[in-house]
Structure formats: C-alpha cells, structure tokens
Design a protein around this ligand. Structure first.
Ligand code: ADP
Ligand code: MG
Length: 687
C-alpha cells in the first residue's frame, strides 16, 4: 500500500484548479496525469529578462520588457502570412510584434492601437526590422510583475501555454508534502543538497544545480534500491538447476564457429543454469552479433536436462523469424520447436497447447501469447526474452513466475547501453557481452549527403531497385507532432510510388492498424516489395538480408543510438551495404558531430557513450528534455559517481534478508513509491 503521506501527490491532474476535459489530452501527451507529474515537470530552461526604457538599450537576441504603443495592424492580403502589430517605443523606434497562426483576434485584443502596453519577449531582427515573435507576455502593468526575475520555460504540447503550465505547476507545488529524508545525512551535507521538497521548489525557480542534482540522485537511488531488492529476492528463490550433458549441443551443426565472445557468454550462462537459484542474466550484443545462437545453446541446455524453454519476442513478425531461424539451426538435434502467437487459433493452437502441456514440445517461440493463463507447461525452466528494453522489470518478474518454481531468465538486448548506465538500467542482472562481431562482416558504407541532392538519391535508389535489391527509406521526425511525422511519411510514400511504381513500395508507421502494418512488413521481408518507407517504427531486429540500402532523411534530428539502430537494418547479407544520411542545411554543432561519428564508427557501444556525452545525460535521468541550459548531470563521469553512491547507499540500507532497516528504511520505502518502483516494495522481506 502506498504510504498515505504520498496521497496528495498521486491525486489526478483534474484535482488541480482549472483542469477540465479540454486539457486532458494535451496534458496526457506530456505525461502529466497526476499532481506528482507536475511537480516533476522541471523547466527546460529559464529566461532572464531585463526591463528597458527604450529599444536602443537592448541588443538583438536579448529578452526584454519594454513599454510600447501599438500603431498599426498588418496582415498580408492572402491572409496567410503572419499577423504583425507595429509598435513604437518612447523614442519612436518601431518594432514588429509578429504572430503566426490564427492569432490576430487575440493579438488585437491585447494590443489595442494607441494604448501603452508592456511587452515581454525576445528582441530579434528580421531584415532591417526589429521584431518580437509571439511576445511571452503583454500587460498593462510592467516591471517585475511580468517576470523580470528568472522565468521558467516548460515543455508544452498543443493546447497548452506557458502561463497555463506555470500556474498548474505552482498549484501542484503547493500540494507537495514534506517527506522524511532518505538520503544519508553525511552525503547531504557533503553535497550541500537541499531537502526533497525544497529541492523541488528551487528547481522550478531557477537554474539551481544542487537542487537538480539532488532530484536526479533521488531517482537513481530509488532505482538502485528497487533493483537490489529484485536481486535479493531472486537470490532467495529456488530455481531448478539445469546441468545439460551436452548430447544435444554435440549434435548441433552450425555453419560457423562461435566467436570467442559467444563462447564466453555460453559458458557464463551454463554456470548460471547449474546453480540452484534462478539465472538473471542480460545478453548484450550489437545488432548482428549473434545472440540467437547463444540463446539456442542456453535452450538446448534446458532441453538436455529434460526441461522446456520459451522465447519471448516483442512482435509477431519477430517471433516467426526467430522460429524459422531456430528450426534451421537446430535441425540436427531432433528437438521439437513450436511457434505460438495471438494469431494462432483453433485446432493449431490447441495442438500446441497440448504439446506444451505433455512436454512433446521442447521449445516454444512466441509473443505474449505464450504466457497467457490458458497456456500451461509441463516443465518450463528457462525463459529467453528478446529485446529486453521493451519489457519493464515488473513485467519480467511476472513472466518468470508463470513457470513452475521460478524460471531461469535470459534477457537479450541489441541496444548498447553506455557503460555508465548499465548499472542504472540493468543493475539487477548479471551481464554477458558480445563485444565482437562474427568474422567477415563488411562494414556499412556510410555517407552524409545534403538534402538538396534528394534527386540524385532517388535516382540512386531506382538503380539499386533495378538490380533486384531492396532498400529502407526512413522519414524525418517532425518532433513534437506525431501526426505530422505520419503525414510526412505518407507524402514520401506517394512520391516514391510515383518514382518507382505502385507495387515497388510499401509503408509502415505507428498509426496503421497492427495487421496492416504486419502485412506490409511481411511483403517487404518476403522480397515482394522493394522499398519500405517508414517512420522510426521499423521493427527492432527485423532481418531482411537482401536490403542493402538505408536512406535516413533529416538524419541530424535523430540521436546517435537511434541512427545506429536504424543503420543496423542493413549490412546483413553478403552484399556491401550503404547508408545515406540526408541532412538539412541548418546543422547544429552537435548535429554535425553526430553525423561525423556515424561515418567514423560502427561500434554500438562507442556510439552509445558518445551519444550520452553529447546529450549530457539529462534525458536518461528523468529530466526529460534538454534545453539551452546545461543540465545538471552534465557528464557521464558525474552520472557514474552518483550511481555508485546510490548503489552503495542502497546496499547499506538493506539487511541480509532483503529488508529495509535503520531509521532511513521507512523513508526509503516512501522513495520507492514516489518513483513508482512499487514492485521493489512488494519484494521487501518482513515489510
Ligand atoms: P543478433 O545478435 O542481432 O540477434 P543474429 O543472432 O540474428 O544476431 O545473428 C546475425 C547473423 O550472424 C545470423 O545470420 C547468424 O547466423 C550469423 N552468425 C551468428 N554467429 C555467427 C558466427 N559465430 N559466425 C558467423 N556468423 C554468425
Ligand atoms: Mg536478434
């Protein structure tokens, strides 16, 4: 049960004054559904404004507050351009207050001609005209009342304004209770961190580093504690030791030798499985590093010991692909493999359920369907989860418990986690790493190309397709608005069809119904269609070896990790593969660095480290968006340091049986609930 002291924080957003059904959607979009979320919705940055007497006192680019008199409204005849209000200061300097979209009505209302108004905003220059685009505030009274002191700027969504969000956050902060301190007092003193409630208030007021650090630390601490509880719980559980005698593995005839990294991982897994508590291991390996072969070895060990193994895939297509691969690889062993997804119905399904129950099926591959209540196993002892990052710890715990006793668990991920963060994200697991690709892989030829050369790129694509080869085309992310992303993808789909022919192109994006998406994907996977146009939803892990060209539009908008994942879709066949990164002309320094790195290396772990460095780590730690201001946990080094402190402290707090002790124990429980690591609390001993 959640501690009562937290109740005000977990009240719904509608308990705040002014939140009705109309705001529900825009707030939802920002993840603001409870009072707590508002309190944690930290500003992206702060604006420091200066009150000036006239425009001569300001420099372009500065945020100012100035008294102006509107003199004229201007709208282009078509009615399509921006709406401009010309206004002059006391010296007669003219500035244009510019509004885009349908804002003329409200602009006229707040800026009546001939009447003095205080205007706050950023002074820009457009041609030889001074301009303030969408003033932040317009009011009859000036000065500090308008936010001269540091004003927070929050992330918004359609239908929300800065003022609205500011007001709601303020309201939420008033409901925030004092909580008992869960941080070690010594640590608090050393870092000069404020108490939790004070830290929250300060973090909304200005760029207060100590406050931000503390809040980030809190989250790390709660995670560390929860993961440690999971680990302790796992250690207490009894698992069935699996000691395969090797008779199936001996019959395995793979067309290649395992790499040293694969052999090492298999050995580590073998050791774990022989223990009498459940394995909890993460197999981390870049795209194409050969995780499937390792998983097969693990599953064979289970079957050699007379048990069953199940492999969980995130999607239907992936499940079927894994099934095909495993059947092919395991051909000589004589084991029985089945595939089960939500789509299997009637007799076929019945017969698989029967086989799982009577043990005639040794290995089953599938989606969540393999863990439904109606599915019973004779002797399930190993669960393999592909693409771990799609499942939370919580879900995984539930899965493991579906087995009789507690199943051994092998998670696999292709997302390279920077070393710094492994502890935070996978702290409860032991890690095996495939840090070596199978021999003979051809590097992917990666090129950065200016957007204007789109015509050449399409011509190249036509030649590529003409040779019977396939290609991916990834559409730009228009950030913020998913609908615009999809519009862009559909437009690109149309132009591609016009260029290459109706039947040469297919489309996947997030808003297609699942069966349509699957069908389109399948047509591409089978080679029926040459080009797949997609938003970033291209299935993780989908394997189409004949696809040897990847085009990514507006590549500068993607993070390094994401680009790496996307690029990993090609380079899977014998054919030399090419990845074209199209870039716009407004390239930031970071954007430039990212693309250069992509050209330079194909090492996923290195890219993940660099990505973290470039992004400054803020995103990972719940401070979601990085604005202009440098975020607190600015360096991987600092993250590492705090993570280590958090883990050490969590360890101190926990007693040998996995209970929380000492005066800080109760406070730590509250922290677990506050950060919704409740499964951690549920695993508490004697609590
Ligand atoms: P991933 O780690 O991305 O799941 P896969 O298991 O799909 O990688 O393996 C990618 C490809 O590499 C497959 O075609 C597989 O047969 C092949 N492969 C795996 N291990 C080796 C190896 N040791 N030597 C050569 N090829 C290998
Ligand atoms: Mg895979």
């Amino acid at each position: 049960m959640r501690p009562e002291v937290l109740n005000p924080l977990f009240a719904g957003a509608d308990s705040l004054k002014g939140v009705g059904p109309k705001l529900e959607k825009p707030l939802d979009k920002l993840g603001l559904t409870r009072v707590r979320d508002f309190a944690f919705h930290l500003p992206d940055r702060f604006i420091d404004r200066r009150v000036i007497a006239n425009l001569d006192e300001a420099t372009v680019g500065e945020n100012v507050i100035v008294e102006l008199t509107p003199t004229q409204y201007r709208q282009s005849r078509s009615g399509r351009g921006p709406f401009n209000v010309l206004a002059s200061d006391v010296l007669g300097n003219v500035v244009s207050l510019t509004y885009f979209g349908r804002a003329s009505y409200s602009a006229k209302k707040s800026l009546p001609l001939g009447e003095k108004r205080w205007v706050a905003g950023r002074l820009d220059q457009y041609g030889d005209m001074l301009q303030i685009v969408h003033p932040d505030h317009v009011s009859e009274n000036g000065g500090a009342a308008m936010g001269t002191v540091c004003e927070p700027v929050y992330a918004l969504s359609d239908g929300l304004t800065q003022n609205r969000v500011q007001a709601l956050v303020q309201q939420a902060l008033e409901d925030v209770p004092d909580l008992p301190e869960w941080i070690d007092p010594g640590q608090l003193d050393r870092k000069e961190w404020p108490a939790w409630r004070d830290a929250l208030v300060l973090a909304h007021k200005g760029p207060h580093k100590a406050a931000r650090d503390r809040l980030a630390y809190d989250e790390l601490f709660a995670s560390a504690l929860a993961l440690m509880l999971v680990k302790a719980d796992n250690r207490r559980r009894k698992g069935v030791p699996l000691r395969g005698d090797g008779h199936l593995r001996d019959r395995l005839r793979l067309p290649f030798d395992l790499t040293a990294a694969q052999k090492r991982s298999v050995r580590e897994i073998e050791d774990d499985l022989a223990q009498n508590h459940p394995m909890l291991r993460l197999l981390q390996g870049d795209v194409g590093s050969g995780k499937t072969a390792v998983a097969l070895h693990a599953m064979l060990i289970a079957v050699e010991s007379g048990a069953q193994a199940a492999m969980l895939a995130p999607t239907e297509i992936l499940a079927r692909q894994h099934y095909d691969t495993l059947v092919e690889m395991a051909r000589g062993t004589g084991i029985e493999i089945a595939v089960l997804t939500g789509r299997d119905k009637g007799r076929a399904r019945e017969s698989i359920l029967m086989g799982l129950l009577d043990g005639s099926i040794d290995v089953v591959v599938g989606t969540h369907a393999i863990f439904q209540d109606s599915v019973a196993y004779r002797n399930l002892a190993l669960v393999v989860i592909d693409e771990q990052h799609r499942f939370g710890v919580n879900q995984r715990l539930l899965l493991q418990q579906k087995a009789r006793g507690t199943a051994h668990c092998l998670s696999m991920t292709a997302t390279p986690i920077p070393r710094t963060l492994t502890l935070a994200q996978y702290g409860e697991m032991d890690v095996s790493k495939l840090d070596e690709l199978p021999p003979g892989r051809q590097p992917i030829d990666t090129r950065v190309i200016a957007n204007e050369r789109m015509g050449d790129v399409v011509a190249g694509l036509r030649r590529h397709v003409g040779e019977g080869k396939q290609a991916y085309w990834v559409c730009p992310m228009v950030r913020e608005h998913e609908t615009e992303d999809i519009a862009a993808a559909e437009e690109r789909f149309d132009t591609m069809r016009a260029a290459l022919g109706e039947n040469a192109v297919t489309l996947v994006h997030g808003q297609l119904p699942a069966d349509v998406k699957d069908a389109n994907m399948a047509r591409f996977a089978s080679g029926e269609v040459a080009v797949l146009v997609a938003t970033t939803v291209i299935e993780v892990g989908v394997n189409v070896p004949n696809a040897s060209l990847m085009v990514i539009e507006q590549a500068e908008r993607f993070g390094l990790a994401q680009l790496h994942q996307l690029r990993g879709r090609v380079g899977r066949g014998a054919e030399k593969s090419v990845c074209l990164l199209l870039r716009g002309d407004a390239l930031s320094e970071t954007g430039r660095e990212r693309l250069a790195l992509m050209r330079e290396t194909q090492d996923g772990f290195r890219l993940a480290e660099e990505d973290l460095r470039l992004r400054g780590g803020g995103e990972i730690l719940g401070t979601r968006q990085s604005g202009e201001q440098a975020f607190v946990l600015a360096s991987p080094e600092q993250i590492t340091e705090l993570l280590e402190v958090a883990h050490a402290d969590a360890r101190l707090l926990m007693d040998r049986d996995g209970g929380l002790t000492g005066p800080r124990g109760e406070a730590a429980r509250i922290a677990l609930y506050l950060f919704e690591r409740d499964y951690g609390v549920q695993l508490l001993r004697g609590g």
